[in-house]
Design a binder for this molecule. Structure first.
Ligand SMILES: *[C@@H]1O[C@H](CO)[C@@H](O)[C@H](O)[C@H]1NC(C)=O
Ligand SMILES: *[C@@H]1O[C@H](CO)[C@@H](O)[C@H](O)[C@H]1NC(C)=O
Ligand SMILES: *[C@@H]1O[C@H](CO)[C@@H](O)[C@H](O)[C@H]1NC(C)=O
Ligand SMILES: *[C@@H]1O[C@H](CO)[C@@H](O)[C@H](O)[C@H]1NC(C)=O
Ligand SMILES: *[C@@H]1O[C@H](CO)[C@@H](O)[C@H](O)[C@H]1NC(C)=O
Ligand SMILES: *[C@@H]1O[C@H](CO)[C@@H](O)[C@H](O)[C@H]1NC(C)=O
Ligand SMILES: *[C@@H]1O[C@H](CO)[C@@H](O)[C@H](O)[C@H]1NC(C)=O
Ligand SMILES: *[C@@H]1O[C@H](CO)[C@@H](O)[C@H](O)[C@H]1NC(C)=O
Ligand SMILES: *[C@@H]1O[C@H](CO)[C@@H](O)[C@H](O)[C@H]1NC(C)=O
Ligand SMILES: *[C@@H]1O[C@H](CO)[C@@H](O)[C@H](O)[C@H]1NC(C)=O
Ligand SMILES: *[C@@H]1O[C@H](CO)[C@@H](O)[C@H](O)[C@H]1NC(C)=O
Ligand SMILES: CC(=O)N[C@H]1CO[C@H](CO)[C@@H](O)[C@@H]1O
Length: 449
């Protein structure tokens, strides 16, 4: 009983810490579509209205993809703010009727609309940022009917630089709980930042202050706006992001590559390697964001797109589609429409993500940007989900030994459902083996037989 009470108290404490919002906004990972990955700055109202109607006609809205998110480059680049009111100005060539006009049309489709700003003086694309204009901009967004804000981290002026810096890309392994100093100096430092002392509380950082200021400005407006904090994992935002917002980016930008990086943007494996260690901060009301989906983009093979989608669903990352819906290939639409994986991502009862229970190619807890953890599992309302990623360049038979999977009970038979085919594969008591293609992921769900 005492045990039960302390567990309850702990649970309540956890939820008391996180930012919660009306209408369950941000309780579950966000789902939607964003213009950045494929359109970059080449956007206009038509892009979003077309996407909106396609989310509906392709059945994606019914699966939960409800946000149509305008990313960078929507505002007036040359004349950023109204001279007398200071209000941020839309680019009227791209949005002839203004943002509210677009928002109203998106709302008429039963969808939500997202916008983008930056916790610096300028956005990454050089448009107006919201630093020192948080209250004004939050009001404008609310008046326009904006439901979701992605808040980026470019062009932070010197006086707002952190005293200590933690950049996830500089972290090279170990156990996160034992590493407050990880990251070390920024590579192109002007100010020679030093690593934080052990036990440093990152809510004392200026990054925290920049994001908290916008968080409070959003709380003060008369419209619920989901807050997606794009601070790239800096200043250990995973330790405090659930108190200021609903999600927080964990790493630099994603790129449609299997492994390695391209011009500072990262492939799927390096991101998943970081996630193999830093998955713990996600629960209801707060989600580590491993960046928008590249499913169907670049040179990712179909198997790689499947792995990308299943692991992002498993991590309970926001699922924000980053591919054009116009002429989307049926096999790509099928991946994005996977009901079993979406159900895991959006489970109303279990908030924790899947966790690695075994690395696979390398010894457990090996930091390796080509071969991250391969075996993951997580509990859901529909059973235990297991994900087995094949990081090797040839097809592999992969075996799930039930005794290794947390939550499975010894000497119990389970019905195995294949999340990709939707088929029941039979009843198994000790293990389940199947062929996993190069860079593909086995995704199964086990229910006691
Ligand atoms: C918010 O994050 C902190 C730090 O990771 C964690 O202790 C707390 O449980 C989280 N709260 C919720 C509701 O997940
Ligand atoms: C607004 O201010 C800018 C810079 O001070 C000036 O160049 C511009 O003429 C002003 N525009 C209007 C409409 O007053
Ligand atoms: C930007 O604002 C200036 C000043 O109001 C205006 O002349 C110009 O047409 C605007 N540009 C766009 C693309 O809206
Ligand atoms: C960091 O400081 C904040 C604000 O004072 C506090 O709520 C939080 O518990 C502290 N975190 C840790 C890990 O001590
Ligand atoms: C906030 O919204 C409510 C409901 O729409 C409305 O009744 C109220 O007047 C609004 N308050 C302000 C300050 O706009
Ligand atoms: C909750 O959702 C309903 C229906 O969409 C909406 O009318 C209402 O304004 C929302 N309330 C808040 C506080 O956002
Ligand atoms: C995740 O959290 C659990 C429970 O608090 C802890 O035992 C484990 O060490 C954490 N793992 C990592 C990688 O931080
Ligand atoms: C895809 O591969 C081709 C040929 O190797 C290369 O030229 C192109 O840049 C790649 N595309 C992406 C998005 O990486
Ligand atoms: C990653 O793991 C592979 C397979 O064990 C190994 O060949 C490679 O050297 C490792 N890379 C690093 C950077 O440790
Ligand atoms: C996988 O297992 C099957 C059945 O035992 C076998 O026929 C096949 O050769 C194996 N494939 C690989 C790549 O090991
Ligand atoms: C599972 O079954 C085996 C063989 O019947 C038996 O030796 C073992 O004790 C059982 N384990 C549990 C936990 O019941
Ligand atoms: C470009 C630059 O100034 N780099 C310096 C960053 O800080 C490290 C450690 O203090 C120096 O070794 C670099 O020269």
């Amino acid at each position: 009983m005492t045990m039960l009470i302390s567990v309850l108290a702990l649970t309540l404490l956890r939820y008391a810490l996180a930012k919660t919002s009306p209408n369950e906004t941000g309780r579950l990972p966000a789902m939607g579509w964003s213009s950045w990955n494929e359109y970059r700055c080449d956007i206009n109202e038509d892009v979003f209205l077309t996407v909106g109607s396609q989310l509906v006609s392709l059945g994606l809205k019914d699966l939960g993809y409800e946000n149509v998110n305008i990313d960078d480059c929507w505002s007036n680049k040359t004349h950023q703010r109204d001279n007398s009111t200071g209000r941020i100005q839309p680019d009227y060539n791209k949005f002839p009727g203004g943002i509210k006009h677009t928002a109203d049309k998106i709302h008429n489709l039963g969808l939500k609309i997202g916008i983008y700003s930056d916790a610096g003086t300028l956005t990454c694309g050089g448009y107006a940022g919201s630093l020192n204009h948080e209250v004004l901009d939050a009001k404008a967004f609310a008046e326009w009917g904006i439901d979701y804000l992605k808040y980026d981290n470019c062009n932070v002026p010197k006086e707002w630089h952190d005293d200590y810096r933690w950049f996830p890309e500089n972290w090279k392994g170990g156990h996160p709980a034992e590493d407050q100093t990880g990251g070390g100096p920024e590579e192109n430092n002007e100010s020679k930042p030093v690593p934080a002392p052990p036990g440093y509380n990152w809510t004392d950082s200026k990054t925290y202050e920049r994001y908290e200021t916008m968080s409070k400005a959003l709380d003060a407006v008369n419209h619920t706006i989901q807050f997606s904090q794009c601070a790239w994992g800096h200043a250990r935002i995973d330790e405090w992001g659930n108190t200021t917002g609903h999600s927080w980016r964990m790493w630099g930008d994603i790129y449609p590559l299997w492994t390695g990086s391209f011009e500072g943007q990262w492939g799927i494996m390096p991101i998943l390697n970081h996630a193999s260690f830093f998955y713990n901060s996600t629960d209801f009301w707060g989600h580590a964001d491993w960046d928008m989906l590249e499913v169907g983009n670049g040179n990712l093979t179909l198997e790689e797109s499947r792995s990308h989608f299943s692991m992002w669903a498993a991590l309970k990352s926001p699922l924000i589609i980053g591919t054009p819906l116009d002429g989307i290939k049926p096999e790509i639409l099928e991946i994005l429409s996977n009901k079993d994986l979406i159900a895991f991502n959006q489970d109303p009862v279990f908030g924790a993500p899947a966790k690695p229970y075994k690395w696979g190619v390398n010894a457990d807890f090996t930091w390796n940007q080509t071969h991250p953890a391969e075996y993951w599992s997580g509990e859901s309302s529909n059973g235990i989900h297991i994900f087995a990623l094949n990081t090797l360049d040839t097809a592999q038979n992969k075996t799930i030994a039930f005794s290794e999977v947390p939550g499975l009970v010894a000497n119990t038979s389970y019905t195995v459902h294949d999340s990709w085919t939707g088929k029941q594969m039979g009843i198994f008591a000790t293990e389940y083996t199947t062929l996993v293609e190069r860079h593909d992921t086995m995704a199964i769900r086990l229910v006691e037989a």
